[in-house]
Write a new protein. Sequence first.
Length: 340
Amino acid sequence: MKKTQKRIAGFCGLAAVVATTVVAATLPGPDVSAATNSSFTDTLNVRVVGEKPNIIISKPTPDSTVVSPFQELSFTYEGVNDIVITITYTDLDGVTHTSTYGSPIHADYVPGSFSDTIDLSGEEFGYGDYIITIEGSGTDGVPGVDSINFSYYPASVEIIDTPGTSGGSSDGSGQGDGSGQGDGSGQSGGSGQSGGSGAVGGDYTVKFDYDNESGLGVTTDATVSISDTNSGKVVKEFPVEPFPTDTYRIIFANYGLPSGTYTITVRIGYTYNGNTYYVYYTRTVTYKAASMAVPNTGGILGELNISKSDYLITGLIIFGLVGVAGFTFVMRRGNSKGRR
């Protein structure tokens, strides 16, 4: 009896599985059902966004000083949308102005690039310091941002080691002051010394660049000063003459400067909107003065190349030996007289 009941229950279960399978096989798929049901309409849009929000500005050059009012703005972007360009401009009177450049860029999170030319001589801008900030919204709420700063002035200065000279160490600032034969010595070229150990550093060429496009300001003069970096004391100062000039040269040996670390500063004066302003450029350098040449006395001594210190030490030794010999001679003579 029990075996008969188990067989009936097993048969019923198998029949239920078969029936369910048959019903499922006869049902239409989801797409067919949606297509045949006129009351059901829907659209599914899928956007795959895998880029991390990122913006990179390539121009203008960060931390640079430019003299042309026409500056190219270039940057690349990815993983962002609604890109906004903000320009913060601090004028010569210290007043800060903030403005949005152009319209937002709807990048739709697709990688791309942007390039345009900004006219800094327009009514909104002028000489001063700039910060360009570019920001785009990201998909996860984290924006992509990049920012650079630069300055726009009527003149800029770059100081380099004079080609063909020994050069010297510096802070590598590149943009730094100018200097030259501003003391009116009229000398050009090296220090004029011969023999001895040559100077290291102390011979620099200053390159000037000017704003010849905007007509906003007029450069009037340039002054060079050399100061001891450690004490801050100015050891030499002179005007750049003639001015304006494209290049100018400074030679430390012409000013009798000893070895040390110096800061060279060039101050450029200019007029703008009826006012006079100044812009400064600096560079720190290390200078080693040339040593004095050893005099050539000729003969054997000249060939030996004996230095001044050698002469001094030798003289002291000879003086000591002569003194000891004299003292010994006097003592012996006194003793001999005593025995008599």
